[in-house]
Design a protein around this ligand. Structure first.
Ligand SMILES: [Zn+2]
Ligand SMILES: [Zn+2]
Length: 308
């Protein structure tokens, strides 16, 4: 099962020539999800070849740099004769604003658009093998973050041991792996616990959107593989981070440390730092041992299973 993130837009509130406003595209096997849709998101989707088959859009908050791409994206979907429904998840109390963006030109799109208001602790959407959880963030407007969390996977099947116990190669292997006991020809019963290991945790990624550092980010998922965190400022503007309800790279790294994440992506850098990401990286690395990076627009990141 592949799980891949494409950073479509990594800019702060004001775009730069190199960075588009916020948007992330996540593909998990056949499912395609979009997180935020700043202005120009549809063109980034074209540039970086993601396609438009998203089923869900998760909005962190209603600042322009996270939502102004919605009208254009929906218009293009309609031009493409889209028929599949699109679900837009958005913080409580923002349905009306999302509705205005969806109907910006006075008529609804030709395909169904469902708006789902969400808040801290909700599951925004549930799929076969994963869910997207919502957590409260601390910004200067109604805001949430999202975590894609996979279910536990089956334990490893010990084929060698199964054969030693006399289980014939074939359907009985699958039954045991699926958690059922099997009876052998001589009447012996083999239980799954004898040949299947402990369930293995799935993968997870957490996206904060714009926020001051919050403990909710730490609690929403157990040691996520990837944390994509607001890092609008470096230490030189820590005061400004606090007054504008954003984080510094160091604060993002402290959260990453406490959450036990493997990789930290620093997002939403202010245009003041255009072309200068060294301070962000140095200050984050001072407090976080894992891998830290400042993603570029178009960068793709595959998240492997931890034990692969
Ligand atoms: Zn923003
Ligand atoms: Zn914002």
């Amino acid at each position: 099962m592949s799980l891949c993130v494409t950073f479509l837009g990594t800019a702060g509130a004001i775009p730069t020539t190199e960075r588009n406003p916020s948007s992330l595209f996540v593909a998990r096997e056949g499912d395609q999800l979009l997180f935020d849709a700043g202005e120009g998101t549809q063109r980034q989707m074209m540039r970086f070849g993601t396609g438009f088959s998203i089923s869900h859009l998760f909005v962190t908050h209603l600042h322009g740099d996270h939502v102004l791409g919605i009208p254009g994206l929906l218009q293009t979907m309609a031009f493409n004769d889209r028929e599949e429904p699109l679900s837009i998840h958005t913080p409580h109390g923002t349905r009306r604003q999302i509705n205005s963006l969806v109907n910006a030109l006075g008529n609804r799109p030709s395909f169904p658009v469902r708006i789902n208001e969400v808040g801290d602790g909700d599951v925004a959407s549930r799929a076969d093998e994963y869910e997207v959880r919502v957590f409260g963030t601390d910004h200067d407007t109604r805001s949430v973050g999202y975590a894609l969390v996979e279910d536990d996977r089956k334990g490893r099947f010990d084929r060698e041991h199964a054969e030693e116990l006399g289980v014939p190669v074939g359907p009985k292997f699958s039954k045991l792996h699926a958690g059922e006991s099997v009876e052998l020809e001589d009447g012996t019963v083999v239980d799954p616990e004898q040949v299947v290991g402990e369930p293995r945790t799935g993968r997870s990624l957490v996206y904060t959107g714009d926020t001051r550092p919050t403990t909710a980010t730490i609690e929403v998922a157990d040691e996520p593989d990837l944390l994509i965190h607001d890092a609008t400022f470096a230490d030189d503007r820590a005061d400004r981070a606090a007054t504008t309800a954003h984080s510094t790279a160091r604060q993002a790294a402290e959260i990453a440390n406490r959450a036990g994440v493997d990789r930290l992506a620093l997002m939403h850098l202010s245009s003041r730092y255009a072309g200068h990401t060294d301070d962000h990286l140095t200050q984050a690395r001072a407090v976080f041992d894992g891998e830290v990076f400042v993603p570029e627009d178009g960068q793709k990141l595959e998240i492997p299973y931890p034990d692969d």
